[in-house]
Design a protein around this ligand. Structure first.
Ligand code: ARG
Length: 458
């Protein structure tokens, strides 16, 4: 089968070279975008009378037939035609005859592939925003059920101060909210049309780039043809936003792994989201959050991979850029897979309020509140800190928690202690007292949930 660019050549392409340079095995994912781009291009060519309207009609009919073949999975691709663009063009010419050869007027594969990538990411980014939202909704539902559920809050993975479990979960809600905003913002740059930039310098035909951009739903066109064909920033941006999404998924997954351990027992993942061990009958492993955590690696890898490919490339198109695809497709698939699992896993997990309650009564995470108690009685915070540090040391030696100390034991450290210290020290009071904006008290958390419900739709 003759190559579309065979004219200048006297020898067949080496088979290894053919396989090495071909991208059809992976860029066939762009088949529908390629048809969409061609439909817009040829309509514009007809409207500007660059090619006769009869040919435009034939080409559109042919492209629509090929589109049905792609949709039904009957389309066949060959490595000899290297990539999705030439596979489709070749089949179009076979299908409708010489008129098919006019489709590529005023266009190059360089602006064509860039257009396909923009269209693809536009569609996928929108879908991903919906998937992030579903995770946020699952978080919100669990948060609503757990405003007054108290768990130890940690810093350095050491018990710090008790917090509402809803508050802890909602921290992830806001991470995902920012991710959604980043995805939306990135679409501003995805929505630029490279079509009509030609190979690099524009074209001699009186094309209408605004029109083809409009037909494709782009907001604007690249003002510089060389930038249009060589820009892959929008893909880097997608991979970098994707990396952050994975960072957040990974952090939350790590918490789920820890919380579901025998040591914590704060949550139980639904049986349908866990797997067993082939040797230890008692095991119920959190494989799903572990894999979610691990999948982060390949997304970071794709980001670093593409940045490295682009670094030092001269203008304009270079074949190196074909390496932008697999990492991007893999990242889209990874994000879809992870987000689709995370939402139902959060929805179906059981929160073990009893275990959490038990945990918060067995630590020193109310120590800051005794310091604050002395401060309200006129002691400087730094001095109060010193006094409470001594009380904690004493309690540790006595193998007691702060609430177990007798009044006279408190009095040994400061005469300012009164009986009300026992109410101040209870975890409910400790949490409830954190009424500052964005704090963990139930009333603040309820306000936060209200705000989250307003924002989740955005
Ligand atoms: N398959 C190529 C890619 O993905 C399409 C563009 C080829 N352009 C060229 N001048 N060889 O980058």
């Amino acid at each position: 089968m003759a190559k579309l660019w065979g004219g200048r050549f006297t020898k067949e392409t080496n088979k290894l070279v053919e396989e090495f340079t071909a991208s059809i095995s992976f860029d066939q994912k762009l088949a529908l975008e390629d048809i969409e781009g061609s439909l817009a291009h040829v309509k514009m060519l007809g409207e500007t009378e660059i090619i006769p309207i009869e040919d435009v009609k034939l080409i559109i009919e042919g492209l629509l037939k090929l589109r049905s073949k792609i949709e039904s999975g009957e389309m066949e691709y060959s490595v000899e035609h290297e990539d999705i663009h030439m596979n489709i063009e070749k089949q179009l010419i076979e299908l409708i005859g010489p008129a098919g050869g006019k489709l590529h007027t005023g266009r190059s594969r360089n602006d064509q592939v860039a257009t396909d990538m923009h269209l693809y990411l536009n569609r996928k980014t929108k879908e991903l925003i919906g998937l992030v939202k579903a995770v946020q909704e699952a978080i919100l539902e669990q948060a609503k059920d757990n405003v007054e559920t108290i768990i130890p809050g940690y810093t350095h993975l050491q018990r710090a101060q008790p917090v509402s479990f809803a508050h802890h979960l909602l921290a992830y809600f806001w991470m995902f909210q920012r991710d959604k905003e980043r995805l939306k913002d990135s679409m501003k740059r995805v929505n630029w049309s490279p079509l009509g930039a030609g190979a690099l310098a524009g074209t001699t035909f009186p094309i209408d780039r605004e029109r083809s951009a409009e037909l494709l739903g782009f907001d604007t066109v690249y003002p510089n043809s060389m930038d249009a064909v060589s820009d892959r920033d929008f893909i880097v941006e997608f991979l970098s936003v994707g990396s952050l999404v994975m960072t957040h998924i990974s952090r939350l997954s790590e918490e789920l792994v820890i919380w579901s351990s025998q040591e914590f027992q704060f949550i139980e993942l639904d049986d349908s989201f866990c797997t067993g061990s082939s040797i230890m009958p008692q095991k119920k492993n959190p494989d799903v959050p572990e894999l979610l955590r691990a999948k982060t690696g390949r997304v970071y890898g794709s980001l670093i991979g593409l940045l490295t490919v682009l670094k030092g490339l001269p203008l304009a198109y270079n074949k190196d850029m074909q390496e932008d695809k697999e990492g991007m497709f893999d990242t889209v698939d990874t994000l879809e897979g992870c987000l689709n699992l995370l939402a139902p896993m959060i929805e179906t997990m059981t929160v073990r309020k009893d275990a959490m309650q038990k945990a918060v009564n067995q630590d020193f995470s109310n120590a800051t509140d005794i310091a604050d108690y002395l401060v309200t009685k006129g002691v400087a915070f730094r001095d109060a800190h010193e006094i409470i540090g001594k009380i904690v040391l004493y309690a540790l030696q006595e193998k007691k928690f702060l609430l177990d100390l007798e009044m006279e034991e408190f009095k040994q450290f400061s005469p300012l202690f009164e009986n009300d210290i026992y109410t101040v020290l209870s975890p409910d009071r400790v949490v409830g007292a954190r009424e500052s904006y964005g704090g963990t008290s139930p009333s603040q958390v309820r306000k936060q949930i209200q705000l989250a419900e307003e924002e989740v739709v955005l």
